[in-house]
Design a protein around this ligand. Structure first.
Ligand code: SF4
Length: 325
């Protein structure tokens, strides 16, 4: 397989608010997830599934990562983590554990950002336990709110997920993080936050991140909580003795470019909508012009959207059979 195909499986390194500079691995078909979160920055879930399956051959993922690592080295760019942050749920990939094992010899720490929905499965816990850093999504401890905010596949069981996460805490030797996305008037009431914090205290992760939807969400009714609510959430978490950090700022635009600007932009934006000013700086760095973006919009590959006073561009995702690749 040539680089043309491989490049869509990896992107970056990109600045990450949690992981420093991370080289992203996109091991899932476009927007295949067990959840359809209302705040998802990738838009609506194209396929809500809970069955694990093979998506790409292990060797394709590994060679794409190696190729990116070498490119970054050539440009003198450091990589802090290889991070599974696909446009879907990474644990749906049945090869996840094999891929992590095959990537270990590169000597770079490995991170997986998961929505935790399949964590009650021993095979999923076994795969995640191979990583150095794992983040689990914990948006709410209320079943009704879970349906509202994460819109799970109907075969998922809420309490099984919590029990699976607690079991994983006991089995996992690496750094365990959690991420709680706060959405205005959905999961940001004092009662909700108290219940979430109490459970997180029992889970005892190394760090809990509180985030807010800073990029355009799947549903237009989603909004950021007021600043004082975010601060209140922080204090409720801290009050339970939890190591807490807020992820409420834009992470910057220090993206690495290769010789193919179009592929770079598309692979970053398929998991990571970019602000207009970030794209402008990216194009300046790579010596390309804004016409490149206009052409991608005309071709139906990118969509433009406004959110909280900023213009964003995101990839228009399609299921593989419709991509015509
Ligand atoms: S935010 Fe993550 S878990 Fe939620 S729908 Fe999007 S990809 Fe899936």
């Amino acid at each position: 397989m040539g680089f043309e195909n491989l490049s869509s499986l990896t992107f970056g390194p990109v600045p990450s608010r949690r992981l420093g500079r991370s080289l992203g691995i996109n091991n899932i078909f476009p927007k295949t997830c067990s959840y359809a979160c209302i705040y998802c920055q990738l838009g609506d879930t194209l396929k809500v599934q809970i069955e694990r399956q093979p998506f790409y051959p292990v060797e394709d993922i590994v060679s794409s990562v190696k190729e990116r690592v070498n490119l970054a080295k050539e440009k003198g760019e450091g990589i802090d983590y290889l991070a599974y942050v696909p446009d879907g749920e990474p644990t749906l990939d049945i090869h996840l554990g094999k891929e992590i094992d095959a990537l270990k010899p590169l000597g770079i720490k490995l991170a997986v950002i998961s929505n935790a929905s399949l964590i009650d499965r021993p095979d999923v816990r076994g795969d995640l336990a191979r990583a150095d850093w794992v983040s689990l999504k914990v948006d709410t401890l209320t079943k009704k709110t879970w349906h509202k905010i994460n819109r799970p596949n109907r075969r998922l069981n809420f309490s099984d997920i919590q029990n699976g996460a607690l079991q994983f805490r006991n089995e996992f030797k690496g750094i365990l993080a959690t991420e709680t996305m706060l959405v205005k008037d959905i999961n940001d009431s004092a009662e909700e936050l108290e219940a979430t914090a109490l459970w997180l205290h029992a889970l005892n992760p190394d760090i809990c991140y509180i985030s807010v939807p800073i990029r355009p969400p799947a549903k237009t009714y989603v909004d950021l909580p007021a600043h004082d609510i975010i601060i209140k959430a922080y204090h409720i978490f801290k009050g339970k003795g939890i190591h807490t950090e807020l992820l409420i700022d834009y992470e910057g635009d220090d993206f690495v470019y290769t010789d193919d600007t179009q592929k770079d932009l598309l692979s970053i934006m398929s998991v990571h909508p970019m602000r207009k000013d970030a794209i402008e700086r990216f194009l300046e760095k790579s010596g390309d012009s804004w016409e490149r973006v206009e052409a991608l919009v005309r071709e139906g590959k990118l969509r433009k959207t406004r959110y909280h006073g900023q213009t964003y561009y995101a990839r228009i995702l399609k299921r593989p059979e419709k991509i015509g690749q």
